[in-house]
Write a protein that binds this ligand. Structure first.
Ligand SMILES: [Zn+2]
Length: 439
């Protein structure tokens, strides 16, 4: 009802403009001022005390000292006893994935037991969960068999139908024959796959074009698939696309000024991901020193998603149990090496693989436990992620000209990064979505 009235009003306005033959700028959007006790702006290394954030419409107009004049009649949101930060960015989610718990049918149940309406309802829940936890932007790296659903959920958010964060969607993702679920069924059966399967550079380029045509903001490629521990105790991952296939995808994406995220655990597949020109390495469980150096040279982003490898381990003395333990063990080493080498690390959870009911901020604790400073971890989920998403200065920062994506917690996340699991104020695009701090 509200929308149809707005359309009617808009039509009248357009009529008026037409009749007068010129457009008149409307009145400026009302001003809101947020009083921040402590402000972490997403870029600076140290927080500031007692700041005012002036928000007009969807944007931050200015950030000033508490003594700055506030025009009379301005709405003031008092967060003077809280820590205020930019909206968080999760660079690795799956809004269409509803857990992979073996007791609930594992990954396959997502595709075999849930129809598209149920999956859309779950994705609607997921995006709301993200926003209410202070994640005002997500890079959603494939829909797991739900086609272009991420772009449609994004549309529903943008048109105001449902609440949710800004979405950078990768749509269907790409792998090769033998390179993705569903698998393990009778060979006579033509099973649906969680990704678009390609073989050869021509098919790879065509899939990239199809996904870009249908609105993909990023492309997601699987460069490794199965993994196991070999007789020498090493983690081995089956490679999927060849360098030639990947190069066709990267070339196509870059031509559209889009980027390519590569799921790559280790070994041959990770090497091909780097040689093929991937923009971000997802997971990167085991990265050699030479590969770290190559990532430095090429400016490759690293999205480690540590938490996802601690959620569930198969029993200890089974092949899968050994694999699960080996993954976590090498991952810790790689993360520490990446920190030392100052690789460009971005915050990612793999939510969806992790149930959406769990806290999205749990990855902060993992990163800090492995040696990252809380401020660095916060920047990995704010300004650094924004840069990867080509949104530098627009999101992930509290500064003039940025979108007003503002969150707050009551404690000090630099002392206890776990505070970020209790976000109590969320402003998205200048509108307050949640406020438990200043009623
Ligand atoms: Zn993932």
């Amino acid at each position: 009802m509200r929308h149809s009235f707005a359309c009617f009003t808009l039509a009248l306005t357009l009529c008026g403009v037409g009749a007068r033959g010129q457009s008149k700028p409307g009145p400026p959007a009302p001003l809101t001022v947020i009083r921040a006790g402590t402000l972490i702006d997403g870029v600076s290394e140290t927080p500031k005390r007692n700041q005012l954030i002036f928000v007009r419409g969807e944007h931050i107009e200015k950030v000033a000292e508490a003594s700055a004049a506030i025009p009379s009649g301005t709405k003031v949101i008092d967060l003077s006893s809280a820590t205020v930060l930019p909206g968080l960015i999760d660079s690795h989610t799956h809004i269409f994935l509803w857990g992979e718990d073996p007791a609930k049918g594992g990954y396959d149940a997502n595709i075999l037991k849930a129809g598209i309406a149920l999956r859309a309802a779950r994705a609607t829940y997921a995006v709301r969960r993200a926003l209410e936890q202070g994640f005002t932007a997500i890079r959603d790296v494939e829909t797991e068999g739900a086609g272009y659903g991420d772009i449609e959920i994004k549309q529903a958010i943008e048109e105001g139908t449902i609440p949710g964060p800004r979405i950078f969607g990768a749509t269907r993702a790409i792998s090769t024959t033998g390179g993705y679920n569903l698998e393990g069924y009778a060979p006579e059966l033509e099973m649906p796959k969680g990704v678009q399967i390609v073989d050869g550079p021509v098919e790879a380029r065509k899939a990239a074009r199809q996904q870009l045509e249908h609105g993909a903001d990023w492309l997601k490629v699987y460069m490794t698939h199965r993994s196991w521990v070999d007789k020498q105790g090493n983690l081995v991952s089956q490679p999927t696309l060849t360098v030639e296939e990947l190069k066709a995808i990267v070339d196509e994406a870059h031509g559209w000024q889009k980027k390519v995220a590569c799921h790559a655990y280790n070994g041959i597949g990770l090497q091909r991901a780097l040689d093929g020109g991937c923009d971000s390495i997802e997971h990167g469980l085991e990265i050699t020193d030479a590969q770290i150096a190559q990532m430095q040279r090429q400016g490759t982003w690293y999205c480690p998603t540590i938490s996802a490898y601690y959620g569930y381990w198969e029993p200890e003395n089974t092949p899968a149990g050994k694999r699960d333990r080996a993954r976590a063990a090498v991952h810790e080493i790689s993360f520490k090496k990446a920190l030392q080498a100052h690789l460009k690390i971005v915050y990612g959870t793999d939510m969806g693989g992790i149930p959406w009911t769990e806290p999205m901020a749990q990855e902060f604790q993992q990163m800090v436990k492995l040696g990252m400073t809380p401020m660095d971890a916060i920047q990995s989920a704010t300004s650094r992620a924004a840069e990867m998403l080509d949104m530098k200065g627009e999101i992930g920062v509290l500064a003039p000209g940025a979108y007003a994506e503002v969150i707050a917690v009551s404690g000090d996340p630099l002392r206890d990064v776990g505070e970020l699991e209790h976000v109590r104020f969320v402003m998205h695009n200048g509108a307050v979505f949640e406020n438990d701090l200043a009623k």
